[in-house]
Design a protein around this ligand. Structure first.
Ligand code: ZN
Length: 342
């Protein structure tokens, strides 16, 4: 297996798997609200296990869990002193598991909440945050860097500069929380075109939108750039009326984001269909973001034609007592009651 993301993109669709923060929150290792990945230092085995589950499900990339492991966020939870150890350990764990299955390792930075397009001084604050995080990632031996959930093109460009200064390939994606443009007023297609012109190896969108409302935006990006295109939606059934997971509302009217989104979750079959639709649009890097489970990733991998380690346990309904062709006569009555409507 090649150790270069560019070689792998040239060889076929690369499958990404993210959503570590949401999944580890569900498992009780990360606090919803701050969403700081304290699990990296506090329960490293829990993180190792989730990496391994995504790897077995067919993910081609282990993304170091340094999302929100930046100075601003660690200060919020009183752990600024753990910044370096948390970043270094996240990269080390991702590398360790990646080696078990020939996956690539990605360093990871995200929106900082420190950037203000109207305050030039914040540019240097953001640059320093990225430089320290990615400096540790580079020393840890990442193969490339993912800069993601960018609300501002301006902030994404700072990340891109830092990544390029380190000599690493860059995958830069925007968070499509608004109907058509970044918070600093660039259409998503135009913003991706600028990122590509500035040297990003892969551009695109991740998080916030589910497949149905994400794919139409990606088609325009694919047409506009010659570099790689990535799309990593959330596995939630967003709609024209509620195009992002933040706008989804349950019947009682309360906000579902971020910890009551379960009723909107896509099935593995919907995510498999998305993977094929994205590939057919010419997307090179197909993935999944917040809300992802290993079953989604495996279904996407198999849809893309990959037989992965977890495929050993993929569904075989022909062996189910009720769904098999030769249901025992004594059991046939069960099927009737399973099928009958109340
Ligand atoms: Zn996400």
């Amino acid at each position: 297996m090649s150790s270069s993301i560019l070689d792998r993109l040239g060889a076929g669709t690369v499958l990404g798997a993210e959503g570590y923060v949401f999944e580890l929150e569900r498992r009780g290792y990360i606090k919803a609200g701050p969403f700081v990945p304290e699990v990296v230092l506090d329960y490293p085995d829990a993180l190792r296990e989730l990496h391994r589950e995504f790897l077995r499900a067919g993910a081609d990339v282990m993304v170091a869990l340094t999302y929100y492991a930046h100075r601003e966020k660690l200060r919020d939870v009183g752990r600024e002193g753990d910044l370096e150890a948390m970043n270094r350990q996240a990269v080390q764990i991702a590398r360790e598991v990646a080696r078990e299955g020939g996956a690539l390792v990605a360093g990871n930075v995200c929106n900082t909440w420190a950037y203000d397009p109207d305050d030039p001084a914040t540019r240097e604050t953001v640059r320093a945050m990225y430089a320290e995080q990615l400096g540790w990632a580079a020393e840890g031996g990442v193969d490339f860097v993912i800069s993601e959930t960018n609300d501002y093109l301006g902030e994404a460009l700072i990340a891109l500069e830092v990544i390029r200064d380190l000599g690493l390939p860059a995958l830069v994606t925007l968070a499509p929380t608004q109907p058509g443009q970044t918070r600093d007023g660039f259409g998503y297609v135009e913003a991706c075109r600028i990122l590509a012109a500035e040297g990003a190896d892969v551009v695109g969108l991740n998080c916030d939108r589910g497949p149905e409302t994400m794919l139409p935006l990606v088609a325009g990006i694919r047409e506009a750039v010659d570099c790689g295109v990535a799309v990593q939606p959330v596995p939630y059934r967003t709609t024209a009326a509620a195009p992002t997971m933040e706008t989804l509302r349950p019947a009682d009217g309360d906000r579902a984001f971020p910890v009551a989104l379960d009723p909107f979750t896509c099935t593995r079959f919907e995510m498999a269909q998305f993977a094929l639709q994205a590939r057919d649009l010419g997307v090179d890097y197909v993935g999944i973001c917040c809300g992802a489970g290993p079953h989604h990733v495996r279904a996407m991998a198999e849809a893309l034609g990959h037989d992965v380690p977890a495929s050993k346990y993929s569904p075989s309904m022909d062996l189910h007592p009720m769904f098999r062709a030769d249901v025992a006569a004594k059991d046939a009555a069960f099927l009737h009651s399973w099928t009958a409507q109340a």
